[in-house]
Write a protein that binds this ligand. Structure first.
Ligand code: ZN
Length: 394
């Protein structure tokens, strides 16, 4: 989730807004305006809309406080926080490192719902002190705003504590399982599994309500369930990835013998003789054994076709100074993070200026696939061995 609008930084954390947030903010303002008009017909148009807009903006502020609580606790426990982005379904804190212990995970996860709970009850308490009777509708614009903010923040805290990983409640649940089992991968697998069950129940409940006549509300619940399902599945996949490559060095997985092209070759010749004939996607350009740069399909595509015979490989390549370089000792997981964070597909592995090999995302995914095929194959065939009749030697 990338921010479209940057609002500034707090404590070194970039605060941003995704366009989808405006859709939800205007939906909130519109439906609140409608409600205020029905309950308090005497308010007048401007008061109704000012109150509705103020509520939408303040709701944004309380969401931000929820995310800031996660982020500041994470910072206090030594984790790096890059950014907070608010979008249609709430906010996300981009915490760069994973928690290294269950306690940190627990406090980072629970800080957000706790903040929402405190804000929620705080707003309700102020509304009561301003004369709001808990059994009735608020009579003034200020109490109406406070009451709505109070309820929505309490609801937010409760919703987020549903144990569906990667919701906050799921993370709290994972931290507890982690503390008990002392095994981070296992705890994430369990939490992501429970998360999928919770997501499935959401979808079922939403569809049930939809066909029962609840209309949009039912679809909305089903949509949240689908979103949670997706998130739980990708968390699961991430654990498999981390478990497979944890502790491995780049030298163990890189492909050696990267194809090398002549720096003076024209792009046209390069496309004809290298790209189209070998099926490789990435080539190294070297000068006297030292890596000068890389040239990929993407770099060729950046040069207009009619200039291919006048441009050399050297002119079109990405020079080594602009590349992210890793060494054979780099952890595979760090390499993957680097590729994902910069949206690149391969990294040159260099030692003392000399290219040793290439690590690519597609190659790592193939390794992972081969590994899981091997494992599921082994599990699948295991019972057959046990069924072999006695007395028959293999
Ligand atoms: Zn949260």
């Amino acid at each position: 989730m990338h921010a479209n609008i940057k609002l500034g930084t707090i404590h070194g954390i970039e605060i941003g807004l995704h366009y989808s947030w405006f859709i939800i903010a205007s939906l909130i303002a519109l439906s609140l305006g409608e409600r205020f008009r029905q309950v308090n017909p005497g308010w007048g148009t401007s008061r109704i809309w000012i109150a509705a807009l103020a509520t939408a903006v303040l709701f944004f502020a309380t969401l931000l406080l929820h995310e800031l609580s996660h982020s500041l606790v994470a910072q206090a426990r030594g984790l790096k926080v890059k950014a907070i982005t608010l979008f249609a379904l709430g906010g996300v804190s981009q915490i760069e490192d994973d928690a290294t212990d269950a306690k940190t995970e627990f406090w980072v996860a629970i800080a957000g719902p706790l903040a929402s709970l405190v804000i929620g009850f705080g707003c309700l308490a102020v509304a009561v002190s301003l004369g709001w009777q808990r059994s009735g509708e608020p009579r003034t614009a200020v109490t109406a705003v406070l009451v709505w903010l109070g309820y929505i923040n309490v609801a937010l805290a409760v919703f987020n504590m549903i144990p569906g990983f990667p919701l906050d409640g799921g993370r709290v649940f994972r931290a507890i399982v982690w503390a008990i089992t002392k095994n981070v991968d296992r705890s994430t697998r369990i939490a992501a599994g429970v998360g999928q069950v919770v997501a499935f129940l959401f979808i079922l409940d939403g569809l049930w309500k939809f066909f029962g006549g609840a209309g949009f509300n039912g679809l909305w619940i089903a949509f949240i369930g689908w979103f949670l399902m997706d998130a739980a599945k990708s968390s699961y996949a991430q654990v498999e990835l981390a478990a497979a490559f944890r502790g491995m060095r780049v030298s163990e997985v890189m492909s050696h013998g990267c194809a090398i092209v002549n720096r003076g070759m024209s792009l046209q010749d390069f496309v004809d003789t290298c790209l189209l004939k070998t099926g490789e996607r990435c080539f190294a350009v070297e000068d006297g054994g030292r890596l000068e740069g890389l040239i990929t399909l993407r770099d060729v595509g950046a040069v207009p076709r009619d200039r291919w015979d006048k441009t050399t490989v050297r002119e079109a390549m990405r020079p080594v100074e602009e590349l992210h370089i890793i060494t054979p000792d780099t952890q595979v997981l760090d390499a993957l993070r680097l590729m994902a964070g910069n949206d690149i597909n391969q990294l040159p592995v260099v030692s003392n200026g000399v290219l040793q090999g290439i690590v690519s995302r597609s190659h790592l995914m193939q390794l992972l696939q081969a590994r899981s095929d091997l494992q599921s194959g082994a599990a699948h065939h295991a019972p057959l061995h046990r069924m072999r009749p006695k007395g028959v030697t293999p």
